[in-house]
Design a protein around this ligand. Sequence first.
Ligand SMILES: *Cc1c(COP(=O)(O)O)cnc(C)c1O
Length: 465
Amino acid sequence: MLNGTFRNITTDWSERQSSIQKRLLYNDRISALRENEYPMLRGTMYLDHAGTTLPSRSLIRVFARQLETTILANPHSSSSSSPNASQYNATKTRRQVLELFRADEEHFDIIFVANSTAGIKLVSEAFTGHENGFDYYYHQDSHTSLVGVRELANHSHCFESDAEVERWIEEVQLHKDKIDAPRPKLFAYPAQSNMNGRRLPLSWPSTLHGSGAHPNTYTLLDVAALVSTSPLDLSDHTAAPDFMVLSFYKMFGFPDLGGVIVRKSAAHVFEDRKYFGGGTTEMVTCTGKPWVERKKSNLHERLEDGTGAIHSILALQCAILAHYKLFGGFDQISRHTGWLAKRLYDKMVDLKHANGRSACRIYKDPVSAYGDARSQGATIAFNICRSDGTWIGSSEVRDLAEKRNIHIRTGSLCNPAGMAFALGLNPGELQKLYETGFRCGQEDDVINSVPLGMAKSYLEGHISG
Ligand SMILES: *Cc1c(COP(=O)(O)O)cnc(C)c1O
C-alpha cells in the first residue's frame, strides 16, 4: 500500500518533469506557433530579439479588430469623472502592466513614455530639477542611454565591477570628497546587460536602502533587456528599485511604447521636475506673475506630457492578452530561451578549426553561466576568428550570416564600457582610434588585428536552436 502510493507519487513527479522538459524543447508545438503566428519568419532564422522581438499574428489581428470597433478620442477631450474609451483603456492597461510584474497599484504607478531611453530622461529630468543638482553612479555594463545621464549630474562615477558596487553600498566615505552640497544621489544599472545578456544582482536596491550608508539615494533599474525574456516579480515592494524603465516592443514586438514603473514611496522626486506639458496641469497663467498648478491626483497624469499614445496603449493591452494566450507567461519564455541559449553556447564553444583553434570567442561574464536564469539571459556576444588566429570583422560575420538568412546584430551594440572591457580596450586607446578616423559601427572593425565590434545572437521563443 505504502509502496504503491510512493510509486504513484514518483511516476507523477517524473511525468511532470518530462512534461516540463517537453515544453522547453524546440518541438512540434513551437514549430506550429512559429508557422501560424510568425509568418515573417518563414525561411529565416531571426536572432535579433534584443533589437526587437516580432509581433504575433494574434496580437495584430486583435488590435485591428479593436481599432475598427472603438472610438479612441483624445483623452484630454473628456474629464476624469466621465472617462472616454481612451482614458478607460489607459487605466485598464496600466493595471494589466502592473499585474504582469505582480506590482501592487497601491505601491507602484506606471508612466507611459516612448521607450526606455525616454523613461531614463524623464527620471533624470526630476533629478536635474533639484536645487543642488544630483550625483550619479552607474555600472559599466550600462546601455548608452544610462551612461548619458552622467552629463546632467554634478558628479558621476562609473563602477568597474560588482565588487566595487558592493563596497560602495556598504561604505559611507567612498567618493564623498567630491560632494560640496547636500544633494540626492541616483544609482543606475541594467538588470541584464544588453551586450552579453549577463544578469546583474536584483538585490542591490534593497541592500542599498537597508545599509543606511547612503541616505537620499535612489535606484534606477534598467529592466529593458531582462523583461524581454524573464518574469520580474515586484510583489515585495520594499525590496523594489525606485524607478524601472522598459520598452514594450522588446517584450511583445509591438507597440513601440515604453514605460517607467515608479515606486510611489519615491514619487516625491518628481516634484522637482521643472517642465510641464499639455494635460499635466490644473491651471497655468502666463501674464503677470507666471503661475502653474500641476495635477496632483496621480503621478502618471502629472508626468505624461501631451496626448498619450492612445493607440499604442490599446495595442499593449492586446499584446499582453496575446502573450498569455500563446506563451502562458514569461516563466515559460524564460525556460525555453534559457534552454536554447545554453544549447547554442555549448555548440559555439565547441566549434574548432581543423588545426584545433577555437572558431568563436564568446564574451561571457566570468560570473554567469548559460542555463542559469539568475546569472545569464539568452544573449550570446561573440567574435569569430580564422584558423590562423586573425579576427573576422563583425560586419563580415553579419554578411555571411545574412547570406544564410540568419539575422544577427553586429557592431558596437550600444554598450560602451561593457564592450571596451570585454575587448580589453582602454579609454586612451579608444580615443586614439577615434582620432585616426574609427567610428562605432563602421563596416571594417578589425583594426591593428584587434576586433572593435562584436556580433550578438539573441534568442526568443520561436526560432530554431
Ligand atoms: C534596448 C535597451 C535600452 C534602450 O531601449 P530603447 O527602446 O532604445 O530606448 C536600454 N537599456 C537596455 C538594457 C536595453 O536592452
